[in-house]
Design a protein around this ligand. Structure first.
Ligand code: NAI
Length: 336
């Protein structure tokens, strides 16, 4: 039996946390051969609820679950961790300005970044789910200068899945007949779900869509906003935000990052830019990536048409503004 992997889940008593921990214990995070030890980090007021979740995890009698501990202290929660599911965040309350939201979250993610720097395992990697996810990941990385920057990523896999599902619905294809969908930029309304490299059953997606009477205007007016605003649609219809779909996406994100994307396919992840496609180095922006040997590598040399270029630039500009705002407020750590 391999040595168990310590997985720290922040916001573990929240909605997504509750949905994710049982599946992580069942093997959906790191595969059916890898035992896990769960560290649940919560705020003091949610500690009891996290302890209740821990009791239920025990009652699941999961063969792969090697233990569960509840923490209020970030240093203790990240000690020895190899995986961080950074879900807990400060939600936007009524009337809250964007700057206030950034500031409140910078408080959380700087503390967690420092805790990771102090005590996480050598192979630590994190996916930030809590919004604003990309900038929160950037902040955490800035406070963890001894951990490679690329280990702090943010979740855009849910957007990727939404794009896949919408394309499948429009073309009548199954999702596993679709390749080459990409999500670029920020996990926000400015994101760019890109179909220009996608194929359906091996044929260019735009050509297949044209055969159903859907032209580029449909992509621009219907597809992109549908994907980018799907979270609001879920809130409207379900009466609550996306939870199980977000938990599923975060599990897929880490699973593929560690175990690799299937041969010949790519996925979307927000990763620290290496300067590819003109995205300023270090910004945590979504790209199409291939995962191999535990590393996520941006798919190189894709041709970007003018439409894509404009859309990507717009979303990246928003990320730069968020970065500038937290920088101005003095909320970034020692990494430069
Ligand atoms: P929730 O409000 O149900 O749970 C959040 C939990 O985090 C709460 O239990 C709270 O006590 C905890 N928390 C807050 N600050 C903390 C801290 N400093 N340390 C530890 N725990 C802390 O929210 P839900 O529905 O689980 O969503 C979590 C986050 O995920 C939100 O920011 C939401 O916007 C985001 N989200 C991101 C998606 C993505 O695709 N990137 C998709 C869906 C949600």
């Amino acid at each position: 039996r391999p040595r168990p992997v310590t997985v720290t889940v922040t916001g573990a008593a929240g909605q997504i946390g509750y949905a994710i921990v049982f599946r992580a214990a069942a093997g959906d995070l790191l595969g059916p051969g890898m035992p896990v030890r769960l560290h649940l980090l919560e705020l003091p007021q949610a500690r009891r609820a996290a302890e209740g979740t821990a009791l239920e995890l025990q009652d699941g009698a999961f063969p792969l679950l090697d233990g569960v501990e509840v923490f209020e202290d970030a240093d203790a929660a990240f000690d020895g961790a190899s995986v961080g599911l950074l879900i807990g965040a400060r939600p936007r309350s009524r009337g809250m300005e964007r700057a206030e939201l950034l500031e409140a979250n910078a408080g959380i993610f700087s503390v967690q970044g420092r805790a990771v720097n102090r005590g996480a395992a050598e192979d630590f990697r994190a996916v930030v789910v809590g919004n604003p996810a990309n900038t929160n990941a950037y902040i955490a990385a800035s406070h963890a200068p001894d951990v490679p920057r690329e280990r702090f990523t943010a979740l855009t896999r849910l957007d990727h899945h939404r794009a896949l599902a919408q394309l499948a619905a429009a073309t009548g294809a199954r999702v596993d007949e679709i390749e080459g969908v990409a999500v670029w930029g920020n996990h926000s309304a400015s994101q760019y779900p890109d179909l220009t490299h996608a194929t359906v059953g091996g044929r260019p997606a735009l050509e297949v869509l044209a055969g159903t009477g859907r032209d580029l205007a449909w992509v621009d007016d219907t597809f992109i906003p549908r994907v980018a605003r799907r979270g609001a649609e879920i809130i409207d219809v379900r009466g609550g935000s996306s939870v199980a779909s977000a938990a599923h996406a975060a599990l897929c994100h880490v699973h593929d990052w560690v175990l690799g994307t299937a041969a010949g396919t790519w996925t979307s992840m927000a990763v620290a830019s290496d300067g590819s496609y003109g995205v300023p180095e270090g910004l945590v922006s979504s790209f199409p990536v291939v995962c191999r040997d535990g590393r996520a590598v941006v798919v190189p040399d894709l041709e970007l048409d003018e439409f894509s270029r404009t859309r990507i630039d717009r979303s990246v500009r928003e990320l730069e503004e968020e970065r500038a705002a937290v920088q101005q407020m003095g909320l970034l750590g020692p990494r430069r």
